[in-house]
Design a protein. Structure first.
Length: 127
């Protein structure tokens, strides 16, 4: 993919019906505020936790990047469905940055969701 193929502008689109239904079923979903973090973490796990996943179709690598303020651990998820594209150098990638510093939710919790993204799309995911 050349740089001319990359979009230069992002625009809003119609909300996916599945996401709209998810928000309708979870009207009390909020992140942040003045509530107790323990209660918020528990609620987050109930809403977003994937607890009964089928057998994994990914290879997981745990590595790290050294930075000026310390080492940052990274998990890389390589999906089996995208293996041929990866070998040919045509694989896509997703780098997931959790903006909340994991005050609510855990890296394990987000890995499960990103594992589904990787398996369904064939895209490598890093978190």
């Amino acid at each position: 993919m050349s740089s001319s193929d990359l979009p230069t502008v992002g625009s809003r689109s119609t909300l996916d019906p599945g996401i709209e239904a998810f928000f309708s079923k979870n009207p009390d979903l909020h992140l942040g505020g003045e509530g107790c973090f323990t209660a918020e973490r528990s609620h987050h796990t109930r809403v977003f936790g994937f607890h009964a996943l089928p057998t994994s179709q990914i290879q997981r690598q745990i590595t790290a990047f050294r930075g000026p303020h310390g080492t940052i651990p990274i998990r890389v998820l390589y999906p089996k469905p995208g293996e041929e594209k990866r070998k040919s150098g045509d694989a896509g990638g997703l780098i997931y940055f959790h903006g909340g510093g994991y005050t609510v939710g855990t890296v394990d919790e987000f890995e499960n969701g990103l594992r589904i993204v990787a398996e369904e799309s064939g895209v490598q995911c890093m978190l």
